[in-house]
Design a protein around this ligand. Structure first.
Ligand code: ZN
Length: 175
């Protein structure tokens, strides 16, 4: 072998050795990401454990939002970091320290409709958009906006219950 050939060989050898070391590392890294992906995607909203699997129902609603409209999902995870349950007569929200919480009324959980929980979550995420951006409008206007926002999503849901549609329609037309 002349000098040129040695240099060429060493270059190829080094390249192969590097690929050889990187390959298992890359494979493991990719596998790690793939395993973590559902946790990363779903883990952004912390749902309190409560009741008879209420948190699982909220998880199902979040998954349904994700499957139905990725923009609604993106806005939800961007504005809501936590879901809690409370005994009040209606679902509501809190915005503090640049973090949003949706308080789902036990009444809404007991209606036993994942579609209704979807409606609650997107509706409250709309209020959180107002809180985060510090939009100041009248209470009636904000409420109407949020019911319209909710309507646009629930119309895409399979097996939308007529009572849920009627309620959202009535509320979005309220003067
Ligand atoms: Zn509202």
């Amino acid at each position: 072998m002349n000098e040129k050939m040695v240099v060429e060989f060493m270059g190829t050898y080094e390249k192969n050795a590097r690929v050889g070391l990187w390959k298992p590392f890359l494979m493991r890294f990719l596998l790690f990401i793939l395993i973590l992906l559902p946790t990363i995607a779903q883990g952004q909203i912390k749902v309190d454990k409560a009741g008879d699997g209420w948190d699982l129902k909220v998880d199902s609603a979040i998954t349904l939002i994700k499957q139905t409209d990725t923009n609604y999902y993106r806005i939800l995870v961007e504005h809501c970091q936590r879901v809690e349950f409370w005994n009040g007569p209606f679902s509501t929200n809190e915005w503090a320290n640049n973090s949003g919480t949706i308080l789902v009324s036990v009444k809404d959980v007991k209606l036993n409709s994942i579609n209704n929980l979807v409606a609650v979550l997107v509706h409250e995420s709309c209020h959180l958009i107002f809180r985060k951006a510090e939009y100041v409008v009248s209470e009636e206007d904000e409420e109407r906006e949020c019911y319209l926002y909710e309507m646009n999503l629930i119309l895409q849901l399979p097996n939308l219950e007529p009572w849920l549609y009627e309620h959202t329609l009535r509320m979005s037309n309220k003067k």
